[in-house]
Design a protein around this ligand. Structure first.
Ligand SMILES: *Cc1c(COP(=O)(O)O)cnc(C)c1O
Length: 413
């Protein structure tokens, strides 16, 4: 069996399916920006971005300038936006590589203009209006003023205007309507200006799947594309999970009742049983808090995780499962036969959120890309003509992606 010590299986067909659902929610005329920060929530940003672009995504959102540069080095040719901001020291690299930057303050406008002018380059900025997130972004009452300042800056180009929804419940939370009303008021005034606003983007996954509408031309989506939208949000069931986290049994041991297992002797066998040790630990993405709380799939059945999760290993009570052998695949997230453990289940048991579970999958876990052989059907309508000059390629690197996202055979346990 082709099971690695620990592997993150990434289903590119599920990604394509989810992007299709996102596009339907967003309306065909809309532009999709795939949010691929934190290495695409742990899935591998370069491979994910390439496949998403093949599926018709128009732009990629990232968290840091280094992430943007990694995508560029990986051959990703599409506008890339650093969604939040970058520290002063990283501005130069952004400008040189035409990476778009969120503009969150008047001071930053001034320093960007100065730097861009001295380099003879144009800085592409997306004006971030803080409509209620309370983090980065200018308050709406200052935003118009800043917009005018951007338009008056010789070396700045307004590539977009944006705001970010704070509620994880999106449109189910009245606070979101308030945010949207503030954004709309700003937008109305901005559109009366002679200069174009560039892309207009507001909705994230939760907003999109709770019917937050608006005449915005771009949506930003991360968690929905990766199939881990919380299940209480309408439409979450349309999505397919992209990530499976698997490991294997590396050791089996029969123990008498009362035997302690793991750090701190936290757990003691209540009966004679068999303990399977899995070659995956908290460094690999098994939340430490899952100790004594979690379950694992082995031979299509659920087995309780017992004792503390350690850095490299996890222990499971397999006393109730016949025939477990060293080398058996163990599924910590994903499906095995009829059974499935969702990211949401893991997050709930560990007292955290699906986002954190996803991006905690460790560096040393092999990413295995499955599917992606068939291009999904093309979007019914072309997205609107792109008013923004990003680092556009001469041609779409359709074939250039093959080397990086080389589909591997499906390795199912
Ligand atoms: C992370 C992020 C998103 C994506 O959020 P999801 O909930 O994963 O869709 C969108 N916009 C901004 C500014 C972000 O930081």
């Amino acid at each position: 069996m082709d099971t690695l010590r620990a592997s993150a299986e990434v289903d590119l067909d599920a990604l394509a399916h989810n992007l299709d659902r996102v596009r339907q929610r967003a309306g065909n005329a809309r532009r999709l920006m795939l949010v691929a920060k934190a290495d695409a929530y742990g899935l591998g940003a370069v491979a994910i971005a390439h496949h998403a672009l093949r599926c018709g995504v128009s732009a990629i959102g990232v968290g840091t300038s280094f992430e943007a540069l990694e995508l560029l080095r990986g051959g990703v040719r599409a506008p890339i936006l650093v969604l939040g901001t970058v520290v002063e020291e990283e501005l130069l690299a952004c400008l040189r590589n035409a990476v778009h930057i969120g503009l969150h303050s008047a001071d930053r406008r001034a320093s960007l203009q100065e730097l861009a002018r001295s380099l003879g380059l144009i800085a592409h900025v997306h004006l971030n209006v803080d409509t209620g997130m309370g983090r980065l972004g200018v308050p709406p009452e200052r935003a118009l003023e800043l917009l005018d300042e951007v338009h008056a800056s010789s070396h700045l180009r307004l590539a977009g205007v944006m705001s970010h929804v704070s509620s994880p419940d999106g449109g189910l939370d009245p606070a979101t309507a308030l945010q949207k009303a503030r954004f709309d008021r700003f937008l109305e005034a901005a559109r009366r200006r002679p200069c174009p606003t560039g892309w207009v983007h507001f909705a994230n996954s939760a907003a999109l799947f709770t019917g937050v509408e608006g005449d915005y031309d771009t949506v930003r989506t991360g968690i929905a594309a990766y199939g881990a939208l919380p299940s209480h949000l309408p439409g979450a069931r349309e999505l397919l999970p992209v990530l499976s986290l698997r490991s294997q049994v590396v050791f089996l041991k029969d123990i008498p009742a009362g035997t302690p297992v793991g750090y701190g002797s936290h757990w003691r066998a209540p009966r004679p049983t068999r303990i399977a040790t899995l070659s995956i630990g908290y460094d690999d993405g098994v939340p430490w808090r899952l100790g004594d709380q979690g379950e694992v799939l082995l031979r299509g059945r659920r087995a309780p995780l017992v004792g503390r999760v350690s850095m490299d290993y996890t222990t499971v009570d397999v006393g109730d499962i016949d025939g477990v052998q060293v080398g058996d695949a163990a599924t910590l997230i994903g499906a095995d036969g009829e059974q499935r453990i969702s990211i949401e289940e893991v997050a709930e048991r560990a007292g955290t959120i699906p986002y954190e579970v996803m991006c905690s999958v460790g560096k040393r876990v092999g990413r295995v890309y499955v599917g992606g052989e068939d291009l999904p059907r093309a979007p019914a309508r072309r997205p609107p003509a792109d008013p923004v000059q990003g680092p556009e390629p001469a041609e779409r690197p359709e074939n250039a992606t093959a080397a990086r996202t080389e589909p591997r055979p499906r390795a199912r346990p």
